[in-house]
Design a protein around this ligand. Structure first.
Ligand code: AMP
Length: 111
């Protein structure tokens, strides 16, 4: 069954897309937890970090590079990148994604 993020990739449901290339897509989170809250995802449907293969290393590095470009585009010098892995860690969509959060002071540790 395809995830909600696969439906966004396939343009079956709308999203505010801020970046796209052949390997990655980025769009604004529907429930933002900070003034900037963007999700960076691979087009390859990897369920989460635990499901990564050795061959995905370059792709995941690319997602971090896209996140860095978007942080600059959002005029963020301070920002947080988060990837939840597993329901117990807060993952609710099982298509690997990096949250780019910024525009407010971040607490630590996260909840
Ligand atoms: P996680 O809980 O780490 O799996 O993150 C999933 C994120 O996807 C949450 O922050 C949700 O608010 C976000 N989300 C769920 N559905 C959509 C959607 N249709 N468009 C944009 N963001 C979404």
């Amino acid at each position: 069954m395809s995830t909600i993020f696969q439906k966004i990739i396939d343009r079956q449901i709308p999203a505010t897309i801020v970046y796209e290339d052949e390997k990655a897509l980025a769009f604004r989170d529907i429930s933002p937890q900070a003034p900037t809250h963007i999700l960076v995802i691979p087009k390859k449907p990897i369920p989460g970090v635990s499901a990564m293969l050795a061959e995905d290393k370059e792709l995941i590095g690319h997602l971090f590079f896209v996140a860095k470009l978007l942080a600059a585009q959002e005029n963020l010098t301070d920002f947080r990148l988060v990837t939840n892995n597993g329901a117990g860690a807060g993952q609710s969509v099982f298509h690997l994604h990096i949250h780019l959060l910024g525009g407010r002071v971040m607490g630590w540790p996260p909840g």
